[in-house]
Design a protein around this ligand. Structure first.
Ligand code: ADP
Ligand code: MG
Length: 675
């Protein structure tokens, strides 16, 4: 590392030394030296994420002057549940250590690796560490692993707990630090019995909590009014508003800006924001202008913005929910828990006494759940089971988890994987399953890619998959731009479905040499397109590792799109819906079929009898989003085992299926007869 540091380095160092964790540096390092596992619990903003990994690194470098396995450097890894946090924090730490990001300090998130052979401190998403464990179960290059934000209880972090518990036994030289905000610490202590706990008291100023007298009908309206009221009647201090998603946030930012003009500096914060914009959030405020940050849950515990004095909390966030019966996993705007509400309030009291405006009544607060349920209890577990199988976990029921999932959910997941051909009759991973687990995608998408050469269209399927893996590429501004945006979109529309429309956009982007102006003129999100190109390249690399053929049908052939639609179905055959005589779509499943509607964003010009869909969205109604027309007989051709009529309860769709089965049987018999 460098011997002389810049002035900026010393300037930041002084600030760092004021963070509460610095008081505990010696105690922490001593405890780590004497124990294999250490728990550290501290108020958000006390310096856990940015400082502790640096302390650990210092100790590792002092104790291991020579390099690690195979002459490579030892690594300290720090996991984050959110990719934005991994990127933003690692940049900050690189700056604190006076190095370039990607050199000594790096980060790895899905589809983006910014680390090198020089890297000794790596921030990565919990999902990425899980992937690394698939390739190397002993995590041989790591000397210390820090599992951060443990209180978030994401699926990947929960799995890492179980996995590392085993790994630590086989690798006595590996150490684990578990860091969490002040929630649920006793749960971790019970899970890791006898492990020392270090508590870092934060410096929290009192926060006055205000409730509304009446429940609010429109929380966006209420949030905007509250911001204006704060700005007009409260002394200086920045404002943090919690909302649920990108669109809502952008819209709210515009509305606040149009009301308050340049008296304030309004900034959005959400996961798909460009890194430069994310960094801007941390720019200190000048005296005259009030900073107003409108953020998703990211700002609840993952990122700390200094200078916030007022918090506006409507009481909602987007949460994953799963119903094992209907097998529907969806992101839903739902009420937060009391613990979340308290974390949010705490953000107002970091630098001086603050105020938190809860846009709900005190009575509603008391009715909220105490804690948010762990993600593992709210998820479709197909991917999880695939990962665990790949990690060599034989008996899933015996895998040591803090909160074991419901047996029903687990059974469903095994069932789905069996139908996808990832598991055999004895629940062992098949060759296909092994391949599927190598793709950082959901099992259905992985399956679709793997079988796409059979339909001679792996190139196209890769492009579609890439497009489905990045944020929505269509920009649709409210107000005046909306018509123009819809018109632009219609130029790409394919009458047979949204997947094909996405493919059209992708092709057009390449044809226009990935031109940014072209995107702007066509209301296409340039950054989404760039990342789709990047994602596709990475998928191609995985394809070539398994020698899966890259091929395309003849573009001029009538079957060009037919092949692609068939390949889509080969992965997503468990997600189809049938148009009933009533004019509604009904999902077609072995039980609990649901009435669904085509999402208004769809580009079909008619209502086909059968559609395959990518996503189930629950809002005021049940929507299926990103839908493409398929033919009923394909179900029987492509997934004959799954589509045995006997598996389905009586319905219109079942009768149609029976007809297709019969037709198929007849044609098979005919082809067998020689005379
Ligand atoms: P914790 O993990 O305990 O919540 P952090 O280590 O994330 O705390 O934050 C410690 C301090 O570092 C906070 O004051 C925060 O504002 C600051 N900080 C974190 N990231 C940045 C950044 N990108 N730019 C400037 N300051 C930052
Ligand atoms: Mg943190």
């Amino acid at each position: 590392m460098k011997k002389t540091y810049s002035g900026r380095y010393f300037e930041i160092l002084e600030k760092r030394k004021n963070l509460p964790v610095w008081v505990h540096k010696e105690e922490f390092l001593k405890t780590l030296k004497e124990n294999q596992i250490v728990l550290l619990v501290g108020e958000t903003g006390s310096g856990k994420t940015t400082q502790i990994p640096q302390f650990v690194l210092e100790a590792v470098l002092n104790e291991n002057p020579s390099s690690g396995p195979k002459g490579k450097k030892w690594l300290v890894g720090c996991t984050q549940p959110r990719r934005v946090a991994a990127m933003s924090v690692s940049r900050r730490v690189a700056e604190e250590m006076d190095v370039e990001i990607g050199d000594e300090v790096g980060y790895t998130v899905r589809f983006e690796d910014c680390s090198s052979s020089k890297t000794v401190l790596k921030y990565l998403t919990d999902g990425m560490l899980l992937r690394e464990a698939m390739a190397d179960p002993l995590l041989g290059r790591y000397k210390v692993i820090v599992l951060d934000e443990a209180h978030e209880r994401t699926l990947a972090t929960d799995l890492l707990f179980g996995l590392l518990k085993q790994t630590l036994v086989s690798r006595p030289d590996l150490k684990l630090v578990v860091m969490s905000a002040t929630l649920e610490a006793d749960k971790f202590q019970n899970y890791f019995t006898g492990v020392p706990l270090i508590k870092v008291p934060g410096r929290l100023y009192p926060v006055e909590i205000l409730y509304t007298r009446e429940p609010q009908r429109d929380y966006l309206e209420a949030a905007i009014n509250t911001v204006i009221q704060i700005h007009e009647s409260e002394p200086p201090g920045d404002v943090l508003v919690f909302l649920t998603g990108e669109e809502e946030i952008e819209d709210t930012c515009r509305r606040i800006a149009s009301k308050l003009g340049d008296q304030v500096n309004v900034m959005p914060l959400y996961s798909t924001l460009s890194p430069a914009m994310q960094q801007k959030i941390f720019d200190p405020t000048t005296d005259a202008v009030r900073k107003i940050v409108v953020s998703t849950n990211i700002a609840e515990t993952s990122l700390t913005i200094d200078g916030i004095v007022y918090v506006v909390d409507p009481g909602f966030s987007k949460q994953k929910l799963y119903h094992p019966n209907t097998r529907v996993e969806s992101l839903l705007v739902s009420p937060i828990s009391q613990a979340s509400a308290d974390q949010r309030a705490g953000r107002a009291g970091r630098t001086q006494p603050g105020k938190c405006f809860r846009l709900y009544t005190e009575k509603s607060f008391k009715e909220l759940e105490k804690q948010t349920y762990a993600e593992i209890l709210r998820s479709n577990l197909a991917n999880t089971v695939l990962t665990l199988k790949r990690l060599g976990v034989e008996n899933l029921l015996h895998f040591d988890l803090i909160d074991p999932p419901a047996p029903d959910t687990l059974a469903r997941a095994l069932d789905d994987l069996y139908h996808l051909g990832a598991l055999d009759d004895e629940c062992n991973l098949t060759k296909t399953g092994e391949m599927m687990s190598e793709f950082p995608l959901d099992p259905q998408m992985a399956k679709m890619i793997i079988v796409s050469p059979q339909f001679n269209c792996s190139n196209e399927i890769l492009s579609v998959s890439a497009m489905l893996s990045v944020p929505n590429c269509f920009i649709r501004p409210r107000g005046e731009g909306q018509k123009a945006a819809d018109k632009a979109k219609s130029m790409f529309s394919h009458i047979d479905g949204d997947h094909l429309t996405l493919l059209n956009v992708f092709h057009a982007f390449l044809q226009h040499n990935q031109n940014q102006d072209w995107c702007y003129e066509n209301f296409i999100n340039y950054r989404a397109m760039k990342s789709a190109v990047n994602v596709r390249e990475q998928l191609v690399r995985i394809m070539s590792r398994f020698q899966i053929k890259l091929c395309s049908p003849d573009f001029n052939s009538r079957d060009y799109y037919v092949n692609i639609r068939k390949a889509l179905l080969a992965g997503y055959f468990m997600q189809v819906a049938h148009l009933e005589r009533t004019g509604n779509y009904l999902t077609f499943r072995d039980k609990d079929d649901q009435v669904v509607h085509l999402h208004p964003s769809n580009c079909l010009e008619y209502k086909p009898e059968w559609v395959v869909y990518n996503e189930y969205v629950l809002t005021s109604r049940n929507f299926i989003r990103t839908v493409t027309y398929i033919q009923g007989e394909w179900l029987v051709d492509i997934a004959p085992d799954y589509y045995k009529p006997a598996n389905f309860p009586n319905s219109e769709a079942k009768r149609v299926l029976q007809r297709h089965c019969k037709k198929r049987r007849l044609s098979e018999e005919r082809s067998c007869k020689i005379f």
